[in-house]
Design a binder for this molecule. Structure first.
Ligand code: F0G
Length: 487
């Protein structure tokens, strides 16, 4: 695999095309419904793509979480699962895989990533403490705040730039880390957290060099280092591609190196191993024992942690497969292909291309929609209406209100189109790009949204919104005028 996302395969034509190094053996039929039915579906779903039913969706690019394609070896391993409340052999296989891939001694299984965040936050955060990190993730921040902690984002100046060629926008700004230590004192810092392939800023990686510097400072002040490894495979892949020192290092060795910096590693295995579940790992017995009681209390016995043993079997196989370049490079290669297409068409998109998905800058796409009217949410709804493709709002709707009830406007307004591993084909990718180009040409037709039903916690999941005018109907009329009876 190389920087141009072509799997090292050169084309006679000179084009850069990501060739799939797998074949499709089990398929699921999709439906592309007529535009009037799509409008009705999003209307009923309160203009919130989380509220759609997949029967109305053509390409589901909401997330890669629990939706990556599984390999034949993963699926077949599920048949061998050992059903046992305690001491299941499936768990020991997963533990062995984590030892091998992350180099860790102790494994606490949990039902998904946010369950790990719950255990870690309850165990290590004291009221009034701060938690510095490269950037928050929605559920991470919520768990930390519920436990009385305050999230401090200490990203670099490059992190939030839409158009950048910086290879490691997920890095922590070391100067800011020092300032946090000086201001709050190490004793008031629960831990420092680094999130691999930083999700909410566009799947952007950090470098090993940055990890080294963070670790050095953390050690000097006795601060614990927590690594969110949900997207660690892709981050390791970008290190190999972009950090000169590691261009000849194997993904396996890079992964081990990354994990060696951390005192505690946690992950959503809905992402990292293309299964459903999660875990917390450490080499420090004392830290493990501090967390263990909460696992038994909230998750399940120590050898399943709320997961199905079948998923645990598939996790063990999936973890080993993250060492395979052709598995780990597939999603970034497709994302790069999509980003290049959009960029060429003048559509504002986060650059450089990162992990997880292609992130469209909704503020740049819809400059006439004020941030208070949720441009990223509006763009997600508009794209669904005109294509049947479901993306995810990652902007102010995914944020919260302040104590006076005012929206805290998000740093960036993004429409995320996830590329779950090995799920979509290139022609499907090209279909979405085509519809996005049409939408961009007709962007003035898209208006804003307002909340009509707003939950207090993680409102973006269950909230209902309405358009601020009849713009969806106007958009449908223009689509029909341009595309006739095409779906
Ligand atoms: N950490 C990161 C970096 C994540 O991306 C996620 C989930 C979690 C923790 C929580 O894990 O869902 O298993 O409880 N991200 C999903 C997404 C939901 O769509 O990006 P979980």
């Amino acid at each position: 695999m190389n920087q141009n996302g072509s799997n090292g395969i050169r084309f006679f034509s000179g084009e850069s095309i990501p060739v799939e190094l797998h074949k499709v053996r089990i398929v699921q039929k999709l439906h592309l419904k007529p535009i009037d039915e799509r409008l009705e579906a999003i209307h009923e779903g309160g203009y919130n793509t989380f509220q759609l039913n997949t029967k109305d969706i053509f390409l589901d690019m909401l997330t890669d979480s629990g939706t990556n394609a599984m390999s034949d070896n993963q699926v077949s391993s599920m048949l061998q699962a050992d059903d046992a409340y305690a001491g299941s052999q499936s768990f020991y296989k997963m533990e062995a895989a984590l030892k091998e891939v992350f180099g860790v001694e102790y494994v606490l299984p949990v039902h998904q990533g946010r369950a790990a965040e719950n255990v870690i936050s309850q165990t290590f955060i004291k009221k009034g403490q701060v938690i510095p990190m490269n950037y928050h993730f929605t559920t991470t921040k919520e768990h930390m705040e519920v436990n009385g902690g305050k999230v401090l984002e200490i990203y670099t100046d490059e992190a939030l730039k839409i158009n950048s060629d910086h290879p490691f926008k997920g890095n922590i700004d070391i100067k800011k880390f020092k300032e946090v230590i000086d201001t709050y004192g190490a004793e008031n810092i629960s831990f420092v957290r680094m999130e691999a392939s930083t999700n909410l800023i566009g799947g952007q990686p950090f470098s090993i060099q940055n990890m080294r510097e963070v670790k050095k400072l953390a050690d000097e002040h006795g601060i614990m280092f927590v690594l969110d490894a949900s997207l660690i495979g892709e981050n390791a892949y970008f290190i190999k591609e972009r950090e000169e020192e590691f261009k000849n290092t194997s993904i396996k060795d890079i992964l081990r190196l990354m994990c060696d910096f951390a005192d505690v590693i946690y992950f959503s295995s809905r992402k990292v191993s293309s299964t459903r579940g999660g875990g917390i790992c450490t080499n420090n017995k004392e830290l493990m024992l501090k967390m263990r009681d909460l696992v038994v209390l909230f998750e399940g016995f120590m050898t399943y942690g709320g997961m199905s043993v079948r998923e645990i079997e598939a996790m063990a196989v999936g973890l080993m497969e993250t060492l395979d370049d052709t598995v780990i490079s597939q999603s970034p290669a497709f994302i790069k292909f999509a980003v290049d297409q959009l960029d060429k068409a003048g559509i504002p998109v986060i650059k450089p291309a990162g992990a997880l998905g292609c992130h469209i800058d909704a503020k740049g796409f819809l400059p006439h929609v004020p941030q208070a009217e949720y441009p990223a949410g509006a763009l997600a709804a508009a794209l669904f209406i005109i294509s049947g493709c479901r993306g995810m709002e990652r902007g102010t709707i995914s944020s919260v209100r302040d104590e006076n009830g005012n929206d805290i406007l998000a740093d960036v307004e993004l429409l995320r189109l996830a590329f779950p591993r090995r799920v979509f084909t290139l022609s499907q990718t090209m279909f979405v790009m085509d519809r996005l180009k049409w939408l961009h040409a007709n962007r003035e037709l898209v208006g804003g949204l307002k909340f009509i039903d707003e939950p207090k916690v993680l409102r973006f999941f269950m909230g209902h919104l309405a358009p601020t005018s009849n713009w969806p109907e106007k958009l449908v009329a223009k689509f029909k005028a341009d595309f006739g009876d095409s779906l």
